[in-house]
Design a protein around this ligand. Structure first.
Ligand code: GLN
Length: 267
């Protein structure tokens, strides 16, 4: 099997990802060596990966890795695959220029938001919570892998295990896909846990639940930051404005879709 054949089988993007990880070649090396033959032992492994890939398993689960904000995170079946768009949430939190002392990340999944914020803001302390044990295992593994000592992970159904603790920032990329859109998901996306995708009838269940209790866990004038679905900007803005949040800032992604909302507690 040649590199070119791999690129044809998996498509250019996933194919390069496979070659990069299985053979340690850079994008440029792949480009210039397409007729190179893959060693037999690696070919066998790639064939195994292809067997599942052809059944619509996402390539990131099969390779066990996803890059986010310039760092490679470990990944496996059972958590949401980090999306590039979530980097927009990170960028906008960082550009607030606030020295957050403690941060709560609700629904931490693989830990990308918690760990990235912890590493980008080394003076902060970040607590990531998730209801899923698999998510917590993966988050802890990523914490070790990336040396994010100022992050911590704990099982909690939203705020259920938080106690009295208060934070300067509550951040969340909750499940937000509505019932209608769930039906139209790509086969590969359907391999991701529904628990991490489905946000109730209108996709807004978790924003409502988090916002409702948020003031109990937010310091005076603290911030709240959400990733949101492509058409949820106005609804989430309204939820925030009706719940004593001000400076509500709706941020769009590079496709012009609603992508995150950041607001500040008025109490
Ligand atoms: N961005 C994901 C998607 O479009 C959804 C992530 C989420 O529900 N938080 O598939």
């Amino acid at each position: 099997m040649t590199l070119k054949e791999i690129l044809e089988k998996f498509g250019k993007v996933d194919g390069s990802f496979v070659i990069e990880n299985m053979m340690g070649l850079s994008q440029t090396e792949i480009f210039f060596n397409q007729n190179e033959t893959v060693p037999k032992d690696i070919e066998i492994k790639i064939d195994e990966i292809y067997e599942n890939y052809s059944k619509d398993y996402p390539i990131n689960y099969l390779i066990g890795k996803k890059n986010f904000y310039g760092r490679d995170f470990y990944l496996e079946d059972g958590v949401l695959i980090p999306r590039f768009e979530t980097e927009i949430l990170i960028e906008n939190i960082l550009s607030l220029g606030v020295d957050f002392e403690n941060i709560l990340d609700i629904g931490c999944g693989s830990g990308i938001i918690s760990i990235t914020l912890a590493l980008e803001m080394p003076k902060s302390k970040v607590l990531g919570v998730d209801i899923s044990e698999v998510a917590l295992d993966i988050s802890n593994r990523n914490r070790e892998l990336l040396g994010a000592r100022n992050s911590e992970f704990k099982e909690s159904n939203l705020f259920s295990s938080i106690g009295e603790e208060k934070f300067d920032l509550i951040v969340s990329n909750p499940p937000y896909i509505n019932r209608e859109d769930m039906k139209a998901l790509d086969e590969r996306v359907k391999k991701e846990p529904e628990l991490a995708l489905f946000g109730g009838e209108d996709g807004l269940d978790f924003y409502k639940a988090i916002i409702e209790k948020s003031h109990e866990h937010l310091n005076e004038n603290g911030y709240i930051a959400f990733e949101i679905g492509y058409n949820q900007g106005e609804s989430v803005k309204e939820l925030l404005s009706n719940n004593e949040y001000g400076d509500v800032n709706l941020i769009k992604d590079y496709n012009g879709f609603d992508r995150c909302v950041i607001a500040r507690s008025m109490i």
